[in-house]
Design a binder for this molecule. Structure first.
Ligand code: HEM
Length: 145
């Protein structure tokens, strides 16, 4: 990054994503792709029909997650990403649909190439936590003990 702040430090990632406007554009592209591309039908069908609130929540969450202002908490209160997905059945197929859809959306943005790689690597971490928690909840529910 040639003397600039490293991604992950303070708000470097938030700024690299184009701040709130850049993240809203990313999230709009993400949900537009999810709605249009049949490869993402499984995760689309898990969402409410009206995606406006989903768009607002994910864009606001990503602002804080990338080191910018905590817009999600300002409007919706505290959040735990694995907990808000625990009622959904997320396995590898759903996790990978979500990440592929996000990869396609990221590829449409005017982000620096190294930031595109970085942000997708970082998103794998919460996506995998969502899958693990969801599967643990299901394993516990079907345990005959
Ligand atoms: C692993 C694959 C994932 C799937 C299949 C998935 C799917 C969903 C679905 C279906 C909802 C709507 C839930 C409902 O209204 O009942 C939702 C909400 C949400 N997701 Fe995900 N998600 C995934 C990963 C992620 C990741 C990695 C993040 C953050 C980086 C994220 C952030 C959010 C947020 C902020 C909400 C709104 C929570 C709320 O306030 O209700 N999701 N997700």
């Amino acid at each position: 990054m040639n003397g600039k702040r490293q991604y992950g430090e303070k708000d470097a990632s938030y700024l690299a994503a184009g701040s709130e406007l850049g993240l809203r554009t990313l999230v709009d592209d993400f949900f537009d792709l999810m709605s249009e591309d049949p490869r993402y039908v499984t995760i689309l069908e898990m969402h409410p029909t009206d995606l406006d609130t989903s768009r607002d929540k994910l864009a606001r969450f990503l602002c804080g997650w990338l080191g910018g202002p905590r817009r999600y908490q300002e409007k919706y209160g505290p959040i735990s990403i694995p907990a808000v997905h625990a009622h959904l059945n997320v396995g590898e197929i759903e996790r990978d649909q979500w990440l592929s859809c996000m990869q396609q959306a990221v590829s449409r943005q005017p982000f620096a190439d190294d930031f595109k790689v970085y942000v997708l690597q970082q998103l794998f971490v919460p996506a995998e936590s969502v899958r693990r928690r969801s599967q643990r909840v299901r394993a516990a529910a079907s345990d005959p003990k």
